[in-house]
Write a protein that binds this ligand. Structure first.
Ligand SMILES: [Zn+2]
Length: 239
């Protein structure tokens, strides 16, 4: 029996760029995400700093971002296309081993249904959308091999969340969102920075500075439970 793995598509979409801005904006209503807004938009696109003006309406913001994205893509479309094609080719070379390594971790757990689309982004953060299994990735990056690592990173999130919600349905409650997000990020670091994964991808994943302690805690649990995902999660998800 052949196993069914998602076939990741690569699509260029200016709309997705604008949507991502709007998603960050929405998030800013509930928590202070100015650090992430800075990483994502202002650091590398200083012209967008006009958006920091608190008096702008949603419509005005949307228009500013749409125009900026439009201009940027007009100027750089050829490059972004070439980089996206190259990324797609490179992903096709590692996807099989990626899926095998993921099978090993999650005990051949079935991949959740979804669109599985990777969109290149000009922004400095690469959000994922758990509901429809889409995410953004950097079409170019200063760290060699980082692009494939970021794709593997988002894919791991998709299967991780699906698995956790299936085994621990009570964690679907939004009050656990933040704790679960922390664990999902630290889990990725434990897995992606393990010698086996680094050997395949030739690069480590990124980690948030505030997750340093959690990462070493989860690494210990992962080793103690011999990488048994259920035993690992039972300990790691004690909120
Ligand atoms: Zn992540």
């Amino acid at each position: 029996m052949t196993k069914k793995y998602p076939k990741l598509k690569f699509i260029i979409s200016k709309k997705k760029e604008v949507d991502t801005y709007l998603a960050f904006l929405e998030d800013s209503k509930y928590r202070d995400n100015s650090r992430e807004m800075n990483w994502a938009f202002y650091q590398h696109h200083p012209k967008l700093k006009v958006l920091r003006n608190k008096n702008l309406s949603l419509g005005q913001r949307k228009a500013i971002v749409e125009k900026y994205v439009d201009n940027f893509y007009k100027k750089h479309l050829r490059r972004i296309k070439a980089e996206t094609d190259k990324t797609k080719k490179n992903w096709r070379k590692v996807e099989k081993i990626f899926y095998e390594m993921t099978d090993e971790i999650f005990g051949n757990y079935k991949w959740p249904n979804g669109k599985y689309i990777a969109y290149p982004t000009i922004w400095g953060m690469y959000p994922r959308f758990l509901d429809d299994k889409t995410f953004q990735f950097p079409p170019r990056h200063k760290k060699r091999n980082y692009i494939l690592v970021s794709i593997a990173h988002e894919m791991l999130h998709f299967i991780f969340y699906d698995y956790v919600y299936k085994k621990f349905p009570k964690l679907k409650s939004h009050k656990y969102d933040f704790d679960l997000w922390n664990v999902s990020e630290a889990f990725n670091v434990v897995i992606q920075n393990s010698p086996k994964w680094v050997k395949i991808f030739n690069q480590k994943t990124m980690s948030y500075p505030e997750h340093k302690n959690l990462i070493s805690k989860l690494k210990k649990i992962w080793e103690k439970t011999n990488g048994n995902i259920d035993r690992f999660l039972r300990e790691a998800l004690r909120f």
